[in-house]
Ligand binder design. Structure first.
Ligand code: PLP
Length: 304
C-alpha cells in the first residue's frame, strides 16, 4: 500500500504499476473518471476534461461501457499480450452513477488473468463504505490486482492510497520508483484510522445500506413524473430523470438546503455522508418533490 494525498495521485500510482509490466496498452472505459493529473486524465474519458491538456501519456484505449464483446476483443489472443492493465470503476460515479452490468467485473477478472494483464479497480469514490460495503468490487466476487482509494478514506482529510494485491502487482514498482513528501503523513493517517474506526464502531456499512434502500424506495415512491428511476448502491445513488433537468433540480434543492449534483444532464447524484440517518433521509424526501416541481414548472421565457 502506498499513501498519497488524493484520488488522482492514487491512480497515478496505479498507472505507474501498469507501465512496469512493460506492456504498452492500458484499457479504460467510456464514461470513466479517474482524476485530473495527467496520467489520471489519460485514463479519464470525457473529452472536455482531456482535450485542453493533450498530448496526454499515451497508450490508453477507451472501451464502450459494459460491453463484454469489446472487452473480449481487446484481451483475447494476440491483442491481450499488449495490455498492461484494465482500469474500471465498479460504479461509475462522475459518469452518471452507472454500475457495471452483472457479470462484467467477473469476466474482466477472468480475461485479464488469462492475458497476463492487471485488473485495476478505481474505488476512489465507491470505496470505504460508500456503497454499503467496504469495497464495491467485493460484491462481484473478484480480487483485483490493484485498488485505488481516496475520497471516503480520510473522512474529509486529504489522503489517497494505491493498494496492490498479490505477488505480481506488489513487486512491479521497485524501491525508489515512487514517492511523495506528504504521502502517509501522520495527520492524514490518524484521520483515516479514525474514519475506519467510526465506520466499524457505528456499523455504518449497514446504515449506508439501509438508509440507501430507504432513499431508493422513497424517491421511487414519490411517483413523480420527472423520475424515471433510481440506480446505484448504498449511499451512492443516481436519480434518473425523464428529461435533462438535473442542473435545475440541483439549484432548487440547494435553495431548500440539500446538496446534490448533476453528473449528467438527466442524472442527479446523491452521495450523502455515511452517518445520514433515516430521519435526515426523510427530510430530503420531503424537499425533493418541490425541487422537481420547480424544474418542471413552465418558464416565462427568462433563463434566470
Ligand atoms: C474523485 C475521483 C477521482 C479523483 O480523486 P481526487 O481526490 O479528486 O483527485 C478518481 N477516481 C474516481 C472514481 C473519482 O470519483
Amino acid at each position: 500500500m502506498f499513501f498519497g494525498n488524493s484520488g488522482a495521485e492514487a491512480n497515478e500510482g496505479a498507472f505507474k504499476v501498469a507501465r512496469r509490466t512493460g506492456r504498452p496498452t492500458i484499457l479504460a472505459l467510456e464514461g470513466g473518471f479517474h482524476g485530473r493529473t495527467l496520467g489520471a486524465l489519460a485514463l479519464t474519458h470525457k473529452p472536455a476534461y482531456r482535450e485542453p491538456f493533450e498530448p496526454l501519456p499515451g497508450g490508453v484505449v477507451h472501451l464502450p461501457f459494459g460491453d463484454l464483446g469489446a472487452l473480449e476483443a481487446a484481451l483475447v489472443g494476440d491483442a491481450g499480450q499488449h495490455v498492461a492493465a484494465l482500469v474500471v470503476e465498479a460504479v461509475q460515479g462522475e459518469g452518471g452513477v452507472r454500475p457495471l452490468p452483472p457479470g462484467y467485473l467477473a469476466a474482466a477478472r477472468r480475461l485479464t488473468t488469462a492475458a497476463g494483464a492487471l485488473l485495476v479497480v478505481d474505488e476512489v469514490q465507491t470505496g470505504v463504505g460508500r456503497t454499503g460495503a467496504w469495497f464495491a468490487h467485493t460484491r462481484h466476487g473478484v480480487v483485483p490486482d490493484v485498488v485505488t482509494l481516496a475520497k471516503g478514506l480520510g473522512g474529509g482529510v486529504p489522503i489517497g492510497a494505491v493498494v496492490t494485491l498479490g505477488e505480481r502487482a506488489s513487486t512491479l514498482l521497485g524501491a525508489g520508483q515512487h514517492g511523495s513528501t506528504f504521502g502517509g503523513n501522520p495527520v492524514s493517517a490518524a484521520a483515516a484510522l479514525a474514519t475506519l474506526h467510526v465506520i466499524e464502531r457505528d456499523d455504518l456499512l449497514r446504515q449506508a445500506t439501509e438508509v440507501g434502500a430507504h432513499l431508493v424506495r422513497g424517491v421511487e415512491g414519490l411517483g413523480h413524473p420527472l423520475v424515471q428511476g433510481v440506480r446505484g448502491e448504498g449511499l451512492l445513488l443516481g436519480i434518473q430523470a425523464t428529461r435533462p433537468v438535473a442542473a435545475q433540480v440541483v439549484v432548487a434543492a440547494l435553495e431548500a438546503g440539500v446538496v446534490m449534483n448533476a453528473v449528467a444532464p438527466e442524472v442527479v447524484r446523491l452521495a450523502p455522508p455515511l452517518v445520514l440517518t433515516h430521519q435526515q433521509a426523510d427530510e430530503f424526501l420531503a424537499v425533493l418533490p418541490h425541487a422537481l416541481d420547480v424544474a418542471t414548472a413552465p418558464t416565462d421565457g427568462r433563463d434566470d
